[in-house]
Design a protein around this ligand. Structure first.
Ligand SMILES: *Cc1c(COP(=O)(O)O)cnc(C)c1O
Length: 396
């Protein structure tokens, strides 16, 4: 048996090496900052989802330490047995208020939130319609159901309507799912037009705002707020792992959907709830988002976004269709994207290279994410490195 396992592993790893896809994990030494020490080299970090710089914020760290001192380091059970602490419910009340919904339910991660919500919603009599570029956790969540599935062209409401028209009357329920902000291109889903179609065809709407929460909308409350769709949108998934700075995911929804998930959401039933320190951190982050300091951080995030995006465009790079702090630099072939990322790193900037199959074969890129923690000097220095390396590689 061990031999056949080793043979299998050698074959699979060899195939990855042959395709140029084999990689090792980069190691961060010290905190996740605007400048960070990665594989022993201190560089300007343009790859973290730490949009507001909250994962090292003193108020959040202090809240975590206080919670450990008062409540210990673990919850000791799944939510449905005895792992629901008062602090979990407090966070959920705050998240529901933040998202202007009746209720919310927190999961261990954004990934498990998607697995947790889609399953209880759909039966074999239902249809789910998903944007072709939706996140892997949505795709996996859908795979766990017996519902029929269809995909519509990316952010293309005509393509979505064609599916709705064709399938009208054939299913008990139809669920439309989209990312709010897409993680590879930084574009925003047209929630307003999706909501209109959903109303016309009687479909249920769900958005995954992992990259929009803390970034878009009133106090960073996400795309439903950005499009002023409160009351017209059914389900908002969010993560506590990106702008909020810690770890976790949640579903903001009606009280009834929360009740159903309490009975049927498998990650809630079969996996232990967050330690109190994580929950306290998230509460402190939500309080901060509502404060003047939170507003200033979001302003700073968008100022930095404009500065950096305009800088890249002025240099002549192809930054695609981004409308958010995620800005790709699209170079074509995957191997070129990896070369650009390596050269940037050697020159002091970390921007992850992304190639097929994560993006189309001719859309290889490095992806940059600016945060509120970057100073204008960090960003000007990074632009100088992009200019230098871009000319070396004849990209500009
Ligand atoms: C990052 C991401 C997730 C996963 O969130 P985690 O909290 O890191 O598990 C889910 N959906 C989308 C769209 C994401 O970008």
């Amino acid at each position: 048996m061990p031999k056949s396992l080793d043979d299998y592993l050698d074959r699979e790893l060899g195939a990855l090496r042959d395709q140029g896809l084999f990689r090792t994990l980069r190691i961060l030494d010290g905190p996740q900052g605007a400048r960070a020490t990665i594989d022993g080299q201190t560089v300007i970090n343009l790859s973290a989802n730490n949009y507001l710089g909250l994962n090292t914020h003193p108020a959040l760290c202090a809240a975590a330490i206080r919670a450990i001192e008062a409540l210990g380091v673990g919850s000791g059970a799944v939510r449905t047995i005895i792992g629901t602490m008062a602090i979990h419910e407090e966070l959920e009340r705050k998240l529901a208020a933040f998202k202007h919904t009746e209720a919310s339910l927190v999961f261990q991660s954004g990934f498990t939130a998607n697995a947790g919500v889609i399953g209880p919603l759909l039966t074999e009599q239902d249809l789910v319609i998903s944007d072709e570029l939706n996140h892997a956790s949505i795709i996996d969540g859908i795979r766990l159901t017996k519902a029929d599935r269809r995909v519509y062209a990316h952010c293309d409401v005509a393509s979505l309507e064609a599916v709705l028209r064709e399938t009208q009357g054939r299913y008990a329920k139809t669920l439309i799912i989209t990312d709010g902000v897409f993680s590879m291109d930084g574009d925003i889903a047209p929630l307003d037009r999706i909501a209109e179609l959903a109303e016309r065809y009687g479909a249920i709407t769900m958005v995954d705002d992992a990259h929009a929460s803390g970034v878009l909308g009133d106090h960073g409350s996400g795309t439903v707020s950005h499009f002023k769709l409160h009351g017209r949108w059914d389900i908002q998934v969010g993560t506590l792992s990106k702008a909020i700075g810690a770890i976790g995911g949640y579903v903001a929804c009606s009280a009834r959907l929360r009740q159903l998930m309490e009975h049927r959401a498998r990650p809630l039933l079969f996996s232990t709830s967050h330690p109190p320190s994580v929950t306290a951190t998230c509460i402190a982050a939500l309080d901060l988002l509502q404060s003047a300091e939170g507003e200033a951080l979001i302003d700073r995030l968008w100022q930095n976004t404009r500065l950096f995006k305009r800088g890249l465009e002025a240099l002549g790079f192809n930054t695609g269709i981004s409308q958010t702090p995620i800005t790709p630099v699209i170079v074509g072939e995957g191997a070129r994207a990896m070369e650009l990322s390596d050269r940037l790193f050697a020159a002091g900037v970390f921007a992850q290279g992304i190639a097929y199959p994560t993006v189309a074969r001719d859309k290889g890129r490095v992806r940059t994410i600016v945060t509120a923690a970057h100073t204008p000097e960090d960003l000007h220095e990074a632009l100088n490195v992009f200019e230098h390396v871009g000319r070396q590689m004849r990209l500009i």
